[in-house]
Design a protein around this ligand. Sequence first.
Ligand SMILES: Nc1ncnc2c1ncn2[C@@H]1O[C@H](COP(=O)(O)OP(=O)(O)OP(=O)(O)O)[C@@H](O)[C@H]1O
Ligand SMILES: [Mg+2]
Length: 253
Amino acid sequence: MLTLRGVGLNLNGDNGDAKEILKNINLTFESGKLYAITGPNGGGKTSIAKVIMGIYQPTEGQIIFEGEDITNLSITERARRGLAYAFQQPPRFKGVYVDEVMRIANPDIDEMGIRSYLRDVGLCPEDYIGRDLGSSLSGGETKRLEVAQLLAKDAKITIFDEPEAGVDLWTIQKLISVIAGRHRGNDQKTAVIISHNEQFLPMCDEIILVADGEIQEQGPSAAIWPLIRDDIICDCRIRNQCGGGMIEAQQYR
Ligand SMILES: Nc1ncnc2c1ncn2[C@@H]1O[C@H](COP(=O)(O)OP(=O)(O)OP(=O)(O)O)[C@@H](O)[C@H]1O
Ligand SMILES: [Mg+2]
């Protein structure tokens, strides 16, 4: 469904010097599956999402969606083709109301639909439907609303950037079931979840481990998750610094 071929990304750092953010990223996302992208802070996870969405233009490589080269398409054109992204830090527009952003996400939605999506992410519609985004929502509520918007959008490929960030433990399980329920086994849909969460990672079909702008591991979560769990105990193994070395991803395929 979506393929990244040899994608590289250079961006200018604060001192104006070009910095290599992504190196030779090769990935394929198939429909009906849930993918997790994980790895250390600053490793390049959000940059991969932004390259897919057209927010960053890759320095090299190609992005192919349903057989079409979309590398040079605008953000809007990619959205029209069915790509959607929930920001790691959702913007908070003052004077915009919860029901309005849900209608922007899906203009065909009625009030019952809005209520249902809000309930899916644990936001009681009576309390939230008329709330102003800019001033009154907490960080976790804003994050949950962003997930509700993407669920309403019902895109072909949906990228959730740390949907669990700032969200309470009770709601995380709810988010997992609703995202999995919508995407797993649906041959029209793919979910890509950027996450550090130990509840999210094992329930995805595949895990992609990104560090230092490169893919370090990828494969079925049953094989990769135990490695990551061990790496959390010895973080330097991710970075190949303590002699443990990375275990060859090939052996899990
Ligand atoms: N616009 C930019 N200009 C310069 N450097 C950038 C820019 N965006 C990201 N970077 C750098 O690229 C690297 C990767 O950032 P990215 O946001 O992709 O990491 P991440 O894996 O999502 O991290 P986190 O887990 O903290 O969200 C970081 O070193 C970051 O400082
Ligand atoms: Mg990030």
